[in-house]
Design a protein around this ligand. Structure first.
Ligand SMILES: *Cc1c(COP(=O)(O)O)cnc(C)c1O
Length: 360
């Protein structure tokens, strides 16, 4: 078997243990004589998977009975519209913080639907940064406040979530479960699964129950959070195989010591990579300000675009895949999600030193 070090931004690396476990069970799930993919979403075998996924997520994130854990489809991108459709009533204002490419997309969708107030805009700042969330001019009586927990392209991450009067909603697509959170601070969190939770095709939404009543009855059934909350995400056929893999990932995370355990591992990985950048005498230049550096997506530049292209090419030849920065910003990006092992960072930092010694 030949596996490369996978630094893809999303879909991204999955734990090898999870893939192997899924492979073992692929054609005969738990002695049932069929794949989990072939089981009814209303049968016993799948029900156990669905229930365990919700239970494990609730354990890992400290989710209480005040919330519903939902498995939806359409990616985080559909959430950009579904949130205002459900939660932003006529005559109300929703607060948004624009910190980069993903927040910009969320804002665009919300503006199609209702009144949006942009509290701060750091989306064009170089080096990439975020505002001071504690002192933003929040709108009194806002329908909700929307933030992007981790800007996957810019390589920035909220380090301390604000305490807001209005329900706080966070797009955690690229850093969910990378660290513990206090769920009671949020009205809703959401994430496309394909970065830190599992394969593409599943969207995790955790929403406070009192918010479900806000959606107008005129909203199409499938777009109302209430519909899936009342049916435990089984109103229609959910993406069963994706939820199964997600469940295996949650098991893996529990074995790693949960959110606090994985946070320690993530911090050590990020520290090693950032210190290699910082100790390169300016050959490598981090593109995010230090205080908002992401532990999930590490972004940096080299002295020239030619060297960046050469860096990616040589790294790829050494089985380090997915290091090219997003086409909109260039440079290098190493996505080091939960499932990227420490050995991948060791391989990358060792290559970075060699590359600098040859080309610096
Ligand atoms: C990848 C990403 C998205 C888009 O997710 P899809 O599931 O592809 O719609 C949204 N927000 C953030 C922060 C992301 O990283």
């Amino acid at each position: 078997m030949s596996r490369v070090f996978n630094f893809n931004p999303g879909p991204a690396a999955l734990p090898l243990e999870v893939l192997e476990s899924a492979q073992r069970d692929l054609t005969d799930f738990n002695g049932t004589g069929m794949s989990i993919m072939e089981h009814s979403h209303r049968g016993k075998a799948y029900d156990a998977v669905h229930t365990e996924a919700i239970t494990n997520l609730s354990t890992l994130l400290g989710v209480t009975d005040d919330y519903h854990v939902l498995f939806l489809q359409g990616g985080a991108s559909l959430q950009f519209a579904q949130i205002p459709l459900n939660l932003l009533g006529a005559g109300q204002t929703a607060d948004y913080v624009n910190t980069g490419a993903w927040a910009t997309k969320a804002i665009k969708e919300a503006q199609n639907i209702g009144t949006v107030n942009i509290l701060a805009d750091t989306s064009k700042d170089i080096p990439t940064t975020m505002p001071d969330y504690a002192t933003l001019p929040y709108t009194p009586g806002a329908a909700y406040v929307h933030v992007t927990s981790n800007e996957t392209i810019a390589g920035t991450q909220i380090k301390c979530f604000p305490k807001t009067d209005a329900p706080l909603i966070a797009d955690m697509s690229s850093d969910i479960l990378c660290r513990p959170i206090d769920i009671s601070q949020f009205g809703m969190i959401y994430a496309g699964a394909q970065k830190n939770l599992g394969p593409s095709g599943v969207t995790l939404v955790i929403i406070r129950k009192d918010l479900l009543a806000r959606a107008p009855d005129s909203l199409p059934t499938m777009l109302r959070y209430r519909t899936q909350a009342e049916k435990n995400s089984l109103y229609n056929t959910p993406p069963t195989f994706g939820i199964y893999i997600l469940m295996l990932v949650t098991r893996w995370l529990l074995e790693k010591g949960g959110a606090a355990g994985i946070e320690k591992i993530n911090q050590a990985k990020a520290d090693q990579l950032y210190s290699t950048i910082d100790n390169s005498g300016g050959f490598y230049r981090g593109t995010a300000v230090t205080e908002f550096r992401s532990t999930m997506n590490v972004t940096w530049r080299l002295p020239s675009e030619e060297l960046e292209a050469q860096f990616v090419k040589e790294a790829t030849a050494l089985d380090m895949s997915g290091l090219k920065g997003h086409r909109s910003v260039g440079g290098i990006r190493a996505s080091i999600y939960n499932a990227v092992p420490a050995t991948a960072i060791e391989s990358l930092t060792s290559f970075m030193k060699t590359f600098q010694a040859t080309n610096g």
